[in-house]
Design a binder for this molecule. Structure first.
Ligand code: FAD
Length: 318
């Protein structure tokens, strides 16, 4: 059986979870196998069924309201083993990255992190993933009996395939002692939308000349309901806070839309944003490397383009 680990926020499945549900369903069809999901917090079983997965394991235990990689890995491993799991699929997000290696050890399972496509099964079990900041694709064969894949965001689109979903209450041996961290509180550091989960991101770099010019970026983000991000060059000189810095040494994000204003598109920046679904670049320099990675580009001065862009967006949003 293929088992996918999914996550919900306030009962709503994350976009990355819809993608792993789709992945699990497609792999099950390809391998003539069955597929089920594990969600350790409360989530809508109908939404799981919408994406073709007909069985949902839930634990109904408040202890799981806050993430702890050690306890979550133990619970997922137990449910996976108790239900004949052979292939485990997780999202390659912050939690998935913490869980996958723990589960690999726990289940004695080969692991490929950041898969970008369905496994090839004609000659063994081969997974492809992007490497060298997306400049190359590498193939890995998993030869252990149990297998773990974490799926890079935006690698396959979530596709609805409605079926009815049976909820099964799963037993685990987890006690409070399995949790090695204790949740105290969380505070939003800026804006309303966490960057790592944002669907839309407006980002800017040194082309903006100084921190006093970020008003037009924040305005654009507000109109769109987007999060704001920045290049490292900008965070290093404290024009923007470091938690907004995206790239190789910052946060890696995969929003549906990434708007880059006055950012050159250095390879280290692209490493964190190139898996965005649609990239829009605004830059005065037509030779800026970012244009090669862009779906849409505007060669122009941000100080002229952004006010007009915001005005047009405001009209679109009424
Ligand atoms: C080991 C290492 C790790 C790194 N990690 C990261 C990382 O994680 N993230 C990251 O971002 N960088 C990272 N960097 C730095 C990276 O190499 C670049 O130096 C950095 O991304 C440049 O930031 P920038 O594009 O904002 O600035 P610049 O390179 O100075 O580019 C500014 C751009 O703005 C354009 N521009 C100027 N004026 C305007 C205007 N009025 N309107 C529109 N456009 C304008 C220019 O044409 C230019 O393309 C790393 C570097 C190293 C060595």
């Amino acid at each position: 059986m293929i088992i996918v680990y999914i996550e919900a926020v306030n009962g709503q499945l994350k976009k990355s979870s819809l993608e792993v549900l789709t992945y699990g369903k497609k792999m099950a069809d390809k391998m003539s196998s069955s597929v089920a999901a594990i969600c350790l917090t409360s989530c809508d079983a109908n939404a799981v069924g919408e994406y073709g997965v007909g069985k949902l394991f839930q634990v109904n235990d408040d202890k799981f309201n806050h993430f702890d990689s050690k306890a979550f890995a133990k619970a997922i491993g137990e449910i996976f083993n108790a239900n004949g799991g052979q292939i485990l699929v997780l999202p390659f997000n912050q939690n998935g990255k913490a869980l996958a290696p723990r589960l690999s050890v726990r289940l004695q399972a080969g692991l490929v992190n950041g898969a970008n496509a369905l496994a090839e099964t004609s000659d063994g079990f081969v997974i492809s993933k992007n490497v060298f900041s997306g400049k190359a694709v590498a193939n890995y064969k998993i030869h252990t009996e149990k297998k773990i894949i974490s799926l890079a965001s935006n690698s396959i689109p979530a596709v609805k395939n409605p079926t009815s979903c049976e909820v099964v209450t799963a037993a685990t041996s987890i006690t409070a002692a399995d949790f090695s961290t204790k949740y105290i509180k969380s505070e939003l550091v800026s804006g309303d939308i966490p960057l790592s989960e944002a669907d839309l991101v407006v980002s800017a770099g040194r082309g903006l000349k100084g921190p006093e010019n970020w008003g037009m970026i924040e305005e654009c983000a507000k109109i769109l309901g987007a999060a704001t991000a920045c290049s490292r060059a900008v965070a290093d000189v404290h024009w923007r806070p470091h938690h907004e810095h995206v790239g190789q040494t910052g946060l890696a994000i995969s929003p549906n839309l990434y708007i880059a204003v006055g950012i050159s598109g250095a390879i280290q920046h692209l490493a964190g944003v190139s898996s965005s679904k649609t990239i829009v670049v605004i830059n005065t320099d037509p030779e800026a490397p970012f244009f090669k990675a862009a779906d849409y580009g505007i060669v122009g001065d941000a100080f002229e383009v952004m006010p007009k862009f915001n005005e047009a967006l405001r009209k679109l949003k009424f």
